[in-house]
Design a protein around this ligand. Sequence first.
Ligand SMILES: [Zn+2]
Length: 392
Amino acid sequence: MSGKLGLGQVALMSEWDAVLPHLPSIGGWPIHCLLSVFVRIHSVTALQGTPLSATLSLVMSQCCRKIKDTVQKLASDHKDIHSSVSRVGKAIDRNFDSEICGVVSDAVWDSREKQQQILQMAIVEHLYQQGMLSVAEELCQESTLNVDLDFKQPFLELNRILEALHEQDLGPALEWAISHRQRLLELNSSLEFKLHRLHFIRLLASGPEKQLEALSYARHFQPFARLHQREIQVMMGSLVYLRLGLEKSPYCHLLDNSHWAEICETFTRDACSLLGLSVESPLSVSFASGCVALPVLMNIKAVIEQRQCTGVWSHKDELPIEIELGMKCWYHSVFACPILRQQTSDSNPPIKLICGHVISRDALNKLINGGKLKCPYCPMEQNPADGKRIIF
Ligand SMILES: [Zn+2]
């Protein structure tokens, strides 16, 4: 997804920046001033019944002038801020089109019921992923959506472990990592090592009385000796400073709290990839992609209407134009057939010919002549059945 701001957002941000400095100051000084004047008036009016001396009348008239000036200042400040705030409102109206439903015609989507079901399912999945289990359950009940226990289970487990990690309890995460050790190693994950390291550091932080326990715990690093040699050396080195206190040693960085935030991130990323879940829910990815794509789609809609070329956008699975969402949104490789100039799909997969050139199956079928295939590139003659499907 692109980190760049659109023109509309830039215009809005600059209006907002103009308002921001006024917000804390408004009312502060003038109100303080008014209060001090009121205190003075109060002390003068305490002398009720006695005629005001010349000095006191002078003080009173000064107070009245002060009140008038201050109220005027407040009014003009208010007027200033009001005009800046209303400029923000106008910038929103000018730069953001509130009518976005019309961007896509209803004909390109499935039926309304189907749409609603897909949306509800996406919201429920997002809620499970965010750990808002009770809200998800409530939504399922209200929308009479049937969610399989098998679907919920991984989210429930992940959230239970993450909650424990937030409480700095390593137990459930360690248990999970040890039981999935082989698959985690296949993913090149260092989750288990990082969990053991945190446990070890916690023992070190408890002082010299935990020295023996820390030493005996160090045997857990043995399977990771090859991959994490340097980090293990650092931890062993820190033992020298146990008596002095780790916080006063060159190893004080080991006590940094950021390790806990990092372990939550590592756990979420590696566990999601092991369980075949996305780190971000499909709903948040769709929303963020929509924010990038919507301005482009709105422009296209305007062009289609102007040139009266409706029908350009009639495919269900495809947008009328390619929209760049950035590296973050690259989930798999794509291959476009050089003959048909179409992206390959499950029904028309890429096929590698024996000469090494790759074309789509539909293109291959079209090129067969008398049971033989001539590669359009090299051009080696071959048996069409020798082509092999490749998976990116
Ligand atoms: Zn070839």
